[in-house]
Design a protein around this ligand. Structure first.
Ligand code: GUN
Ligand code: FE
Length: 442
């Protein structure tokens, strides 16, 4: 299984190009072939050359004229928020209390968690996303259900049990001890199993006591290579809350530093209102700032400053943050990122956006040795995209002349409708259905 050859317009990016050199880091093959054996990319190149010496039993799937890219990577989203998405009229702290915490309280029920995980993973695959950094709830059952569903699909997933022991409803709160022990048990059961890995997941400083942050620190030092995921500096009221709850700390970031949580493979959602000192701390620690544009707009949180983050030499990811975020599609997410940055008079060229969604997010998650590029030895997670998926896209494409123009229109106008197929470890995990019937004329 997992042996297949995929033909199409291949687009991939070299690792870590300086932005001004991104043009030269683009690997584009107009008529290319990806040869996959046992789930791994074996060879990549011109179809004309590779087809001649292909093993005769190899199935060739011809996706021309569509684009073939590395599967999209979404470094920050919440599994239990598929029914929180599009909740009306609140900023972060009220949104959590009014909508999110009550909804997450249901996730101690394994059936609730299993059906949400199933829905989420199907929706991600339909959007071309093959890897994500996932917050479950504080109930170990929610993590158990999520990993079980991800394992069935053989997807590379990073997920964890939310640790939160204060400032939430009783049904959601753990304790320093149970937070530690349940995380520990889940790590033993799931970390490194197949393509799954565990992330130490304190929700954010306002919902953890100092004792619980010490427990997170203990986990982090027992597992120095493990992912850490949390939220940082998303909203002004949240920042004020942290200032009161941790009076000894000069800023929000220092709370996480104090407990050894600012390090490589630590992913901090949002990072909107950081000071120069906080950016320097994230950079020194080798941590990642994750830009969540649809969420930041929807919750009115603020405008991510990509230029400051880059000038501060901080790794950056781009994510949906479902369900503060409003779309499962990384294309839609990139389009909103462009608009957020436009309000800051910053630019997001299409090549940089597609780099972020693939190789960039792989680096941001510390997974760039396995996913994010179409190169020999990498895992064969691929998305096939149709840049003329809708009438509006098709019409725009008539006047597009360059690959960059095509990609910019694809991200600006596209969404899950552009996904033709999604491959996970060489297996087709999603295939676009028969086209929707045109709406009747009115
Ligand atoms: N901060 C703490 N929890 C959350 C959450 O669930 N979503 C968002 N957007 N921010 C958070
Ligand atoms: Fe989040």
């Amino acid at each position: 299984g997992g042996s297949i050859a995929i033909r199409g317009r291949l687009l991939s990016f070299d690792a870590d190009p300086r932005d001004e050199e991104l043009g030269r880091a683009v690997r584009y093959v107009e008529d290319g072939l990806v040869v996959v054996e046992k789930g791994l990319i074996r060879e990549v190149g011109e179809a004309s050359a590779l087809l001649k010496r292909l093993r005769p039993d190899m199935t060739v799937v011809d996706h021309r004229p569509h684009l073939v890219l590395p599967g999209f990577i979404d470094p920050h989203l919440h599994m239990p928020q598929t029914q929180v998405i599009a909740s009306y009229g609140a900023e972060l702290m009220e949104w959590l209390a009014k909508y999110t915490f009550p909804e997450e309280s249901r996730y101690g029920d394994p059936a609730v968690a299993a059906s949400a995980s199933r829905f989420l993973l199907d929706e991600l695959l339909a959007s071309g996303t093959t890897t994500a950094g996932v917050f479950c709830t504080s109930h170990p059952e929610s993590v158990e259900a999520f990993f079980a569903e991800a394992a069935q699909r053989n997807m590379r997933m990073v997920a964890g049990k939310v640790m939160m022991d204060r400032n939430g409803p009783p049904a959601l709160l753990d304790t320093p001890e149970t937070g530690y022990q349940q995380s520990r048990d889940l790590i033993r059961r799931w970390h490194g199993k197949g393509r799954l890995s565990y992330a130490i997941t304190p929700r954010f400083a306002p919902t953890s006591s100092e004792m619980q942050l010490e427990a997170a620190e203990a986990l982090a030092s027992e597992f120095p290579d493990m992912h850490i995921q949390t939220h940082l500096s998303e909203n002004e009221a949240e920042i004020a809350f942290v200032r009161e709850a941790f009076p000894w700390s000069k800023d929000y970031t220092e709370v996480y530093e104090r407990y050894g949580l600012v390090r490589e493979k630590a992913m901090f959602g949002h990072c909107i209102h950081l000071s120069v000192r906080e950016r320097a701390a994230l950079s020194a620690g080798g941590a990642t700032a994750v830009f969540c544009p649809t969420s930041n707009l929807f919750l009115g949180s603020g405008l991510f400053d990509r230029e400051a983050i880059r000038e501060g030499d901080i790794k950056v990811g781009l994510a949906t943050d479902i369900g503060g975020g409003t779309s499962y599609s990384m294309l839609r997410t990139a389009a909103e990122a462009y608009k957020v940055l436009a309000l800051r008079s910053q630019k997001l060229p299409a090549l940089e956006a597609f780099h972020m969604m693939t190789a960039g997010n792989a680096e941001a998650m510390g997974l760039d040795n396995r996913i994010g590029r179409i190169i020999a030895g990498h895992e064969a997670d691929l998305v096939v995209l149709d840049s003329s998926a809708t009438p509006a896209m098709r019409r725009r494409m008539e006047r597009v002349e360059t690959l960059e123009e095509e990609l910019f229109a694809l991200m600006t106008l596209g969404d899950e409708r552009a996904t033709v197929a999604t491959y996970v470890f060489g297996h087709r995990a999603y295939e676009r259905g028969t086209p929707r019937r045109p709406l009747p004329a009115r």
